[in-house]
Design a protein around this ligand. Sequence first.
Ligand code: IVH
Length: 655
Amino acid sequence: MRSDINYHNWRYYVLNDPVISDYEYDQLVAQLKSLEKKYPQFVTPDSPTQRIGDELTEGFATVEHKLPMLSLDNTYSYDELREFDRRVKKTTGETEIEYVAELKIDGVAVALRYGNSLLAQCSTRGNGIVGDDVTTNVRTIKSVPLKLLGNGDLKNIEVRGEVYMPREEFEKLNEKREISGENLFANPRNAAAGSLKLLDPKEVTSRHLNIFVHTVASPSSKKYTTHYQTLLALKEAGLKVNDNMKLCNNIEEVIEYCELWVDKRDELEYEMDGMVVKVNRFELYEKLGMTTKSPRWAIAYKFPARQATTLLRDINLQVGRTGVVTPVAILQPVPLSGSTIGRATLHNFDEIKRKDIRIGDTVIIEKGGEVIPKIVKVVLDKRPKDAIPFQPPKKCPVCGSELVKFEEEVALRCVNVACPAQIKRTIQYFAGRNAMDIDGLGIAVVEQIVDTGLVKDYSDLYSLKLKDIIKLDRMGRKSAKNLIDGIEKSKKRPLHRVLFAIGIRYVGIHAARLLVERFGSVDALSKASYEEIESIPEIGPTIADSVLKFFKDRRNLNILKKLKSYGANLERKEERKGKVLEGKTIVVTGALKKYTRERMKELIISLGGRPSSSVSKKTDFVLVGKEPGSKYEKAKALGVKIIGEVEFLKMIEEH
Ligand code: IVH
């Protein structure tokens, strides 16, 4: 029964591929428990029932590591990786070096000792020489086998690995802590470290920690001559090895693999902070040797950090297009993954309250998949004594009218339709790049034309005259002329962009396209019934409701009437074309100006193309931004077409 249950544990926790239901599994464990209760003389330390120690540990004993737990040298650029490769070749006298590239898991380093195939001791790195004995806690991690499988090749080994907390568990844990008023963990790594040091193993169990094993520390069994073989053997023995690794023939292949993961890191259910590159052949290790801190046969390639600590100087209030008042954090500027961050979103006032964010606080900020950074938590130890909780506003910071909180929403709204802030944001939205794309209509111009009463809604843009614009602050004749031309040009934008630009709630550019395909004109859409709209695949009740509501509002109808009289395009004129990127495979590399890479991928898909993360002969073209990586080199080598962002945008314009 024990080996049965251990087998199912392995299927579930290591392979993520269970062969029985949770219920059946629980039944098995319950049976074993009751048997062991009846015959306690047969309880063994590797029994699956022994994962959760019932007694409380008093602090932690210290463990002296048999071999020091080293760390790795870090590199931050591909050139430094190439430099590492040159060093390895020089020291070993080899001309070709094979490497294994692995994910660098962002967790807590642990050493696991097995004696006679049984899990004997687990320890943290500590200072590298002595660490904490966390055996009881590591035993709660279900993917750690209590007994190794197989023929006993590896029965007396010490392996090194990384204990981590899956992102989802981390979010759940922090949510719970928020509710109970406990201090938040800054990231999954801190949460994993905190959990490993808990004194109650039952509590540790509830944290759902996990592990990846990545290295054998001792002994290097004679049978295996390469690191890659060892990883496969560890897996065979039932240890959890990360499948995302690659045996590479040279450093360029390593770089290519790194590049792949820079793009894909957000898809993982755990955090990684870079790649670890290891020489594959063990016979070279001795020649390479080590420094006092790290071996010379491995190196880490670190991805740019995503968190930083800074001071929250102020909280500003912004009124959006739909009247929602959003708090924005004004930060002491800090560099973070390639840019300087001076602002962060705070989403809403509930969030400020939940996270107890106060002006003057030191905060940890994070730049994740999204472009705008967010505040993760407050460093409470650094809070100034006089910091007072932030009070949500009662009045609109722009027009002064009372703010309203609708029952189903968390947001505070200014419901004054004449609020200048809303008008300005609506105009900016209308003129935006995905919408009417009016060049030269920056925020400074919008502020002035609304404040001086020249423009009361976006349709008034088309009544602007050169003489009005020239009078504006810091506006030369040439830029005024450009703006007038830009406004005129925008009358020719295709209908779906107009439909997007007029700002019907929930109607994004994709929905706008679908609506145009079905109805062909704003007029027809304004007369459509709920059922007609909702019957379009991909259009749901929320959009259908919102469209109906929009066309019921007299003010909107008036604006549309004005738009029409000024000659804006309210009907589909163009012949229906196939999608511009139909069937094309496109790779995006480097930093783009106008879109994030994620947004660009969505755009490519919406135009019928297929974004891909690696360049091959089948790639139709590579879209190259600033500081492109090895994909750019590869495209050149393969003779794949390379185009820049501006050229690309031209190509898809009007679609
Ligand atoms: S190999 C001799 N492989 O990163 C050191 N380490 O900065 C062998 N880490 O101490 C380490 N993922 O805690 C290795 N796939 C991986 C890793 C990994 C995460 C951690 C580990 C190490 C630290 C080095």
